[in-house]
Design a protein around this ligand. Sequence first.
Ligand code: ADP
Ligand code: MG
Length: 314
Amino acid sequence: MSDQPKTDKIVNENNNLNPSEEMTGEASTAPETSYVRFDSGLTGAPPRVIVMANQKGGVGKTTTAINLGTALAAVGERVLVLDLDPQGNASTGLGIDHSQRTRSTYHVLTGDFPVEASIVPTAIPGLHIVPSSFDLSGAELELVDAPRRSFRLKDALAAFLTRGPICGTDDKPISYILIDCPPSLNLLTLNAMTAADAVLVPLQCEFFALEGLSQLMRTVNLVKSSLNRRLEIQGVVLTMFDARNNLSAQVAQDVREHFGDKVYRTVIPRNVRVSEAPSHGKPALVYDHRCAGSQAYIKLASEIIRRENALRAA
Ligand SMILES: Nc1ncnc2c1ncn2[C@@H]1O[C@H](COP(=O)(O)OP(=O)(O)O)[C@@H](O)[C@H]1O
Ligand SMILES: [Mg+2]
């Protein structure tokens, strides 16, 4: 896992999207926002698609996808996690064995399998995942000349949602889709942002927290202006906060000054139980639901639901 911010050819040296990614190109034929038609007779709002993004590694993207997903499912939401990181940490952390990863986000991106054929249930009721597989590390190269290369995930999700966003035999439609991204602003992350309604930025409370963030914001703005007009910042969540460390408090204050209300009030503390949980293939909320980290993710979920309800009511 690298801590180095990475960029690649998708966003060129001048911080522009390369020409084939512009609205005038692929995007002009992209389906518009309101792609959800519940032909299956389902009613209700379409699922909210939220992408965990920060090109820094080790900031808590995967931990947030796993535990936020679990906390949302625990209060009755139906959650689908898409593991878009070739490292597959979200799949491992949710206890998905490699034998269950024969159909993965790779196959969804290449179009080999539809989303619904790639969904695997987790041990948590209401929480499903499309796992990652090793092939995903080659997807970027394979897709470079593919048609609508930045829209592969969006198109696959649109088709899935149109058919009725149900996981397995569940009787309730999915309400949240959480996408876990690799630590890079590459084609995988670009596909995630193009398919998403909003970006959730986990930010580790450490010295270089804000470094690289302007690049992330520029990428979000470029995607917004070129590929996905509806993309917005869902919020910034401070992770691995250490109350005994003055630096953590200083970083939290700087981030709040910079992002204002976009920063969630809930702060995720540094908590050893949270870091132990993935090696047991369990979310922290299942491994030790009373620990401070689990409790913080429960609070974060309710803060997010409140924001979502306010947005939907507006
Ligand atoms: N709140 C926390 N307290 C302690 N360790 C954490 C916490 N959040 C994440 N970690 C640990 O930090 C490491 C990086 O987190 P991870 O979610 O994998 O980051 P990313 O997906 O951004 O690379 C992992 O080993 C994880 O278990
Ligand atoms: Mg990760």
